[in-house]
Write a protein that binds this ligand. Structure first.
Ligand code: FAD
Length: 375
């Protein structure tokens, strides 16, 4: 593949390079794309030094080439509503697909629900059902802080959700548009220190004039880009573009949503289900399957593939209040109150959460170079 084309499609593409199939042309810049009014001369740099590393972590994104599954099916005398397969943006989409799943739940006559899974998706689903009058018990083999949702960085943005071959599927696109718009509005209810959700500016770095990647162009109003021309920004790439987005600090956010769930009468049971048959023993006749990658074994969904992602966590720097992504190199930096997150990697089909030292070295050296060359 010719390199200029590779750069062009991946520059703003949230490290989806490892997942990309055939190339799709990027959408043209939209009316939301505006020129910078003011250049940014300098920004506080992340201090990328060995003695600031807290830990290295890895997690498995529950990726399906055709995107998330929200659908109802019958299991013996029970109704199962699936809500899983959110790839690299399950925290982002959680309230959106929870709303879609809750709509299916309301169409049944049942009002007692078992939610299987206690990550971002299970929790949002459980809370929306409670708000709609359901009695809910969450069953999960692992609770926060031990879910994939805790590993998530987590920035609000659709990324690594479907492969290129599914970009033209009208139903898939409409479902994503619905879910991301609902979630974007819903997450605004949580902005503040209590839930650890806050706005910051995300910079997309590249050497070609920035354009909206497909994932953003389908809901461009959520990502109003400001373009910085060469010389108008402090990053070591020719161009930068930025948009305001929400950071969801899962360390705060997930326990707070659990607390809301318990306060509203929800019950939490730690339980592992070895297969779908084990679910038939549950007292509830409505089962919400929010097991993320767990749905691969539990329901035999062979389309689910783990996409390993690795992060290096540095000591926090309160003065760093922006994020950046160099999609061409799959390098991103997200600031949180407890840490500076350095990513990333996308390893499709890799099924272990043990951090890889070589990848950690690439992440560290890449960010060190960006910081050293920043103004
Ligand atoms: C490095 C990395 C960075 C990421 N960055 C972002 C980001 O910036 N923004 C974003 O939105 N997303 C991000 N993601 C993706 C996000 O983490 C996932 O999409 C999301 O966590 C999926 O949520 P979930 O609730 O479906 O699954 P999980 O969080 O995995 O929760 C699944 C739940 O189901 C339970 N379960 C599974 N199987 C069973 C079983 N058999 N019996 C009982 N319980 C079971 C688990 O114990 C757990 O409680 C990132 C992921 C990684 C790895």
């Amino acid at each position: 593949m010719d390199t200029s084309q590779l750069d062009r499609r991946s520059v703003l593409k949230f490290g989806a390079l490892a997942l990309a199939g055939t190339a799709m042309p990027l959408a043209q810049p939209t009316s939301q794309t505006v020129s910078a009014q003011n250049e940014i001369k300098t920004l506080p740099k992340p201090n990328v030094a060995e003695n600031r590393i807290i830990r290295k972590v890895a997690g498995l994104r529950p990726f399906r080439p055709s995107g998330f599954v929200v659908k109802a099916e019958t299991l013996g005398d029970k109704t199962v509503i699936h809500n899983y397969g959110h790839g690299g943006c399950g925290v982002t989409l959680s309230w959106g697909t929870a709303d879609m799943a809750a709509t299916l739940a309301r169409e049944t006559t049942k009002r007692d629900a078992a939610v299987i899974g206690c990550g971002a998706v299970g929790l949002a689903t459980a809370r929306l059902l409670q708000d709609q009058g359901f009695q809910v018990t969450i069953y999960a083999k692992e609770l926060p802080p031990n879910t994939t949702s805790n590993v998530a960085a987590a920035m609000f943005g659709v990324t690594s959700l479907v492969d290129d071959a599914h970009h033209s599927d009208k139903k898939i696109v409409e479902d994503i548009q619905y879910a991301v718009r609902f979630a974007h509005r819903y997450f605004q209810n949580f902005v503040g220190t209590k839930y650890g959700v806050h706005w910051n500016e995300m910079f997309l770095l590249g050497d070609d004039p920035p354009e909206q990647p497909w994932d953003f162009a389908i809901t461009p109003e959520l990502y109003p880009l400001t373009i910085y021309q060469p010389g108008e920004h402090p990053f070591p790439t020719k161009y930068a573009a930025s948009f305001p987005t929400m950071m969801i600090e899962t360390l705060n956010y997930l326990p707070q949503v659990i607390s809301d769930f318990i306060q509203r009468g929800g019950k939490l049971v730690v339980q592992n289900f070895s297969d779908a048959a084990a679910l038939s023993k549950l007292p509830e006749s409505l089962i919400m399957n929010c097991t993320g990658l767990g749905a691969r074994e539990l329901f035999g969904d062979t389309e689910l593939v783990p996409v390993k992602g690795q992060l290096t966590l540095l000591l926090p720097q309160p003065e760093v209040t922006y994020a950046y992504l160099d999609g061409r190199r799959d390098l991103y930096m997200f600031p949180r109150s407890d840490t500076i997150i350095l990513g990333g990697s996308h390893q499709e089909g890799v099924d272990t959460t043990t951090p890889d030292e070589k990848i950690a070295e690439g992440i560290f050296e890449g960010h060190k170079e960006i910081a050293a060359k920043m103004k």
